[in-house]
Ligand binder design. Structure first.
Ligand SMILES: [Zn+2]
Length: 190
């Protein structure tokens, strides 16, 4: 990963042979990965890999915001996703970030089971429809949905091929409720 690039959680930054895992990163099997959305920087003096929010003043979520969220749990009637980024903002989010996406809010068409549309660990783009008393999300528009999906077998990033997603590592084929720009989103304009 090139320094100063915007990165998503889970993205590979470096290896533990090259750098140490610093603020905003974590290490797994010798790979240093981003733990949050932000800009990738290297503290040359301490050989630390870090992911920095550009400013420390937090942003409050508002109704109508377009956000990125990481899918945590999937129930029969809803998806629970952690809001990790507000479009156009480089600040962290203050307060509660647990969003709920009801089954009726996933798509324009009927969705029987959210487990056919999303998987835990996916990064989705969603719209905030409510912030109080809890955060509600929707992904009905074609610009919304999964922008980065992980293989449920080996956790590698899924690559879009026609209407199906395929794992570049193990060849596993999966489907998702993808955003129209899946795999080709602009990382500097999230
Ligand atoms: Zn795989």
């Amino acid at each position: 990963m090139t320094e100063n690039n915007m990165v998503l959680p889970g993205e590979k930054l470096s290896t533990s042979e090259e750098l140490l895992s610093g603020d905003g990163t974590f290490e797994e099997d010798g790979i240093i990965r981003a733990a949050r959305v932000g800009r990738y920087v290297v503290d040359e003096k301490n050989r630390n890999a870090m992911v920095k929010p550009v400013t420390s003043i937090p942003v409050l979520l508002k109704k109508g915001d377009t956000v990125l969220a990481e899918v945590r749990f999937i129930r029969s009637s809803m998806v629970i996703a952690n809001v990790i980024h507000v479009k156009g903002e480089s600040r962290r989010i203050s307060g509660d970030t647990n969003g709920t996406l009801r089954v009726s809010e996933i798509s324009q068409s009927y969705v029987k089971d959210p487990a056919y549309e999303f998987s835990a660990g996916d990064i989705i783009r969603a719209r905030v429809t409510q912030v109080n008393p809890n955060i509600q999300l929707e992904t009905k528009d074609r610009s919304l949905g999964v922008i980065k999906g992980l293989c449920t077998k080996c956790r590698h990033t899924l690559i879009k091929k026609d209407n199906i997603l395929e794992c570049g590592n193990c060849g596993n084929k999966e489907r998702r409720r993808t955003a129209i720009d899946y795999g080709s989103y602009d990382i500097n304009n999230l």
